[in-house]
Design a protein around this ligand. Sequence first.
Ligand SMILES: CC(=O)N[C@H]1[C@@H](OP(=O)(O)OP(=O)(O)OC[C@H]2O[C@@H](n3ccc(=O)[nH]c3=O)[C@H](O)[C@@H]2O)O[C@H](CO)[C@@H](O)[C@@H]1O
Ligand SMILES: C=C(OP(=O)(O)O)C(=O)O
Length: 418
Amino acid sequence: MDSFLIKGGKPLHGEVAISGAKNAALPILCASLLTAEPVQVHNVPRLRDINTCLRLLGSLGVQCFWHGENSLALRAEEITEPVASYDLVKTMRASILVLGPLLARFGEASVSLPGGCAIGQRPVDQHIKGLQAMGAEIHIEKGYIHAKAKRLKGARIVTDMVTVTGTENLMMAAALAEGTTIIENAAREPEVVDLGNMLVKMGAQIEGIGTDTLTIHGVKRLNGCTHTVMPDRIEAGTFLCAVAACGGDITLHNADAPSMDATLEKLRIAGLQIDVDGNSIRAIMEGRPKAVGARTAPFPGFATDMQAQLMAVNCVADGTSIINETIFENRFMHVQELVRLGANIEIEGHTAVVKGVPKLEGAQVMATDLRASAGLVIAGLVAADETRIDRIYHLDRGYDRMEEKLRKLGADVKRVAE
Ligand SMILES: CC(=O)N[C@H]1[C@@H](OP(=O)(O)OP(=O)(O)OC[C@H]2O[C@@H](n3ccc(=O)[nH]c3=O)[C@H](O)[C@@H]2O)O[C@H](CO)[C@@H](O)[C@@H]1O
Ligand SMILES: C=C(OP(=O)(O)O)C(=O)O
């Protein structure tokens, strides 16, 4: 298991390129199961979850080849067995995204039930409810979801809450169903839009992409396509939080500012000067950030995946902020670790009250989940001396060579074996 050693206290200067979005790439790779024709995907980030997804697709019989650094050729001409095993699902919850496509194209699927994880219980009842409404017979046995349907049928589905992968699974299933499916209360996240756009290239008939009502007229078969994954708005937001906390002047290339409005607005309030020029974002920070509160919400609200990073900025801000986590019941695991670095944070239920302190001090801390790790990296970059972050494998799940990119910005970050 690797750790990061960070010698903090330095402003950040320089330029980095943002990678493709993990949370767009994962459903997009799973969508290759919907067609027997070749699918080309560009701007795929190199990270652990993508490798897990390729292992999963490979285990189903999908041919997957890298060509060049960030492009993948996929072909699901036939599959061996429509089973997503516990071993793969337990390391990546997004494995549930094969359920809809497998069922829609091959008429059956068995997917290990994703358990909870560090941030919450994360049930998948809405995925199941939607597929049942489309006529699937589903039973759960020995920890697996077993689903069968000769051909799924269009249905009207209203999800109980906004669910990102739930919407994606149902949208993919509905693309090959017989008749029209209406998904109400659909997620509007940019990654859902990216998947929707790819499905349309494959011949799917989808109306309302980017709204909370998706109308999908099912077709008999889908074709192959070429698609470029959108830039990662969470990775870009993480670098912006880092410069807001440490000070400096950085430029992000290949970024997608329109998908980042909520984050940009918060960071502007914190005092970050942000200039957007096409796909580039320049961010300049002078002096200490100002405290800025946030309440997480589905898109276009402030993303739960940015909460830990914004909290790290608030730890060293001038003033007190209130951060409210409304999406996941246990997404404050980073708080105890930030406190070890000298932060002043109190939690009451789903609310954290962060009293900014002028400086943090390096210490040994432990990463508990993906974005918690990113929050700790930001805190480590600000802290006066050395911070050691253990269990950095959480970070590797969703950040493409983060330490290399930070070093390009002048940070002193080393990866060491634990
Ligand atoms: C791979 C991927 O894209 N992951 C993202 C996705 O996760 P994911 O798709 O798993 O998150 P959801 O949007 O489904 O979860 C939202 C809320 O709904 C609940 N829920 C969801 C489905 C369900 O069937 N039943 C249920 O109760 C969840 O427990 C959670 O409280 O969206 C989250 C919320 O933006 C992000 O933090 C994750 O980074
Ligand atoms: C929580 C996240 O991912 P996942 O849904 O894959 O756990 C995330 O990307 O922050």
